[in-house]
Ligand binder design. Structure first.
Ligand SMILES: NC(=O)c1ccc[n+]([C@@H]2O[C@H](COP(=O)([O-])OP(=O)(O)OC[C@H]3O[C@@H](n4cnc5c(N)ncnc54)[C@H](O)[C@@H]3O)[C@@H](O)[C@H]2O)c1
Length: 467
């Protein structure tokens, strides 16, 4: 099927490459010539596991352009542009509307592709897009016939291709049966799982295909916001209990495990840490709060999820302060800049505010991330931080190491070697990656999230470290 995708970012590019791999003829349009130039040369502009291999295999089915010319010959046009927050929290639909306007200007009256919102957009947007496009067509004296659907995206950065090829569900929000059928046809290889499985992206054991859920566009749009709000609230929930666990000298890892054994709760998204970041949870929570407010309604649980998350991010700073005592002049090594592992995405990363606060307090900051350092340098070119080339260079001369992203590489770190490079041995583990007892035995003054009080007591019982 001929498909056009508008926007070649984290969603557009991975979706486009996956659809091309599955045999569709994909055109990816992006307004950024630097992005398109790089993709034309076969170089991905984002880090995503499996990207190079799939791009290579799919190269005959995919092309990249900045031009909207020819979009009318596609059967489906997927909108995957950004929907950032406005200052009032509302989703900024400027990119969506600009893309849709450019599409409408290209349609010639012979072929009307279905336009599909993949971007996360407030409820009612599909309806607005339909009216917008059809008004432009009326203005051009064309008979308006464009159908607009919602097909929200649930992929996670870091596992985007696994999520694209083996999703839990595909939600299709359409008013007409013909549109639903077209989107089923687009997703047929995924629904039937009849494609050649890429060796490095194996089908999960026991996976038989996604659940297909067909509904109207409004419900589909709201499913996406409700899902993200629920997931962010789940993380905030365990983080809230992590704080209480610390005060009671309990261990949040044990608590989360015990909770997760209940199939009604499940063990996913129950990891206490420095709080969620990334381009979606915060912006989507604010956008749905704003939508509710416009209708005179409140969403106190969603509001609380944001507040708990903001507090959680600040708790790391207070742990650092109380471990270091004198922050000015201390050297602090930040392990991880990406908002989560396996991505180079630094949007709304917990590292950002923490680094600025510590710099304001007079600390010297060193940072290391396996994938996100280039993005960080580009985004904050004047930030006075030292970029280390590896973990040992990071640890050199540090008073404290602060782990913010749970990269697999960090799990395998040579901890005794890192300790040896440090000036003082404070380790703040913002993702509970390490075992407090092991860290204590290795000679670190270790503090996790929701479990560090126990270690302080261990130290009191037999200190192995002298600050
Ligand atoms: N990133 C995720 O993990 C994720 C997951 C699910 C849903 N989403 C949603 O998907 C949407 C896209 O997110 P993303 O992370 O891929 O964004 P992104 O910023 O990585 O990519 C957006 C791309 O769209 C391009 N663009 C913007 N306006 C354009 C226009 N008028 N014409 C052509 N190109 C245009 C930009 O240049 C950019 O390359 C957002 O609504 C987001 O909420 C994101």
């Amino acid at each position: 099927m001929q498909v056009t995708i508008i926007g070649s970012g984290y969603v557009g590019l991975t979706t486009g490459v996956a659809l091309a791999y599955l045999g569709h003829q994909v055109t990816l349009v992006d307004k950024n010539p630097v992005v398109v130039g790089s993709l034309v040369n076969g170089v991905s502009t984002i880090y995503e596991y499996g990207m190079d291999m799939l791009m290579q295999k799919a190269r005959h089915n995919i092309n990249f352009t900045t031009s909207f010319a020819g979009v009318g010959s596609s059967r489906v046009i997927l909108i995957a542009v950004g929907t950032p927050s406005k200052s009032n929290g509302d989703a900024d639909l400027g990119f969506v509307e600009s893309a849709v306007t450019q599409i409408a200007e290209q349609l010639d009256g012979n072929n009307y592709p279905v336009i599909v919102d993949k971007s996360t957009v407030p409820p009612g947007t599909a309806n607005r897009v339909r009216t917008l496009v059809n008004n432009i067509l009326i203005g051009r004296r064309l008979h308006p016939e464009v159908n607009v659907a919602s097909n929200p995206e649930f992929l996670r950065e870091g596992t985007a291709f696994l999520d694209a090829l083996y999703p839990d569900r595909i939600v299709i929000g359409a008013e007409e049966q013909s549109t639903t059928e077209l989107l089923i046809e687009l997703n047929k290889p995924i629904i039937e799982q009849d494609f050649v499985v890429p060796a490095s992206l194996p089908r999960p054991k026991g996976y038989t295909g996604p659940v297909l859920f067909s509904t109207n566009p409004l419900n589909a749009e709201l499913i996406k916001y409700a899902s993200n709000a629920f997931l962010s609230a789940k993380i905030s929930f365990i983080n809230e209990f992590a704080g209480l666990a610390e005060l009671l000298n309990a261990d949040i890892i044990e608590i989360a495990h015990g909770m997760g054994l209940d199939s009604r709760i499940g063990d996913k998204f129950l990891r206490a840490g420095v709080g969620w970041g990334g381009s979606c949870f915060g912006k989507d929570a604010r956008a749905i709060l704003y939508t509710a407010q416009k209708y005179g309604y409140s969403l106190p649980l969603v509001q609380a999820a944001i507040e708990v998350n903001d507090r959680q991010k600040k708790l790391v700073l207070s742990k650092i302060r109380s471990a270091l005592k004198t922050v000015p002049g201390s050297t602090i090594g930040i392990m991880g800049l990406a908002f989560k592992p396996d991505t180079d995405d630094i949007r709304d990363t917990p590292a950002k505010d923490l680094i600025s606060e510590l710099l304001n307090m007079g600390a010297f900051i060193k940072v290391y991330d396996p994938m996100a350092m280039d993005n960080y340098k580009k985004q904050y070119p004047d930030l006075p931080v030292e970029y280390a080339m590896d973990l040992e260079n990071l640890a050199k001369g540090c008073d404290a190491l602060v782990l913010l992203t749970e990269w697999e590489q960090f799990k395998d770190a040579d901890l005794p070697a890192l300790r040896q490079m440090m000036k003082r041995y404070i380790f703040i583990d913002g993702r509970n990656l390490f075992d407090p007892r092991v860290m204590s035995e290795l000679g670190f003054v270790y503090c996790g999230v929701g479990r560090c009080v126990q270690v302080k007591e261990l130290d009191a019982a037999g200190p192995k470290v002298q600050l």
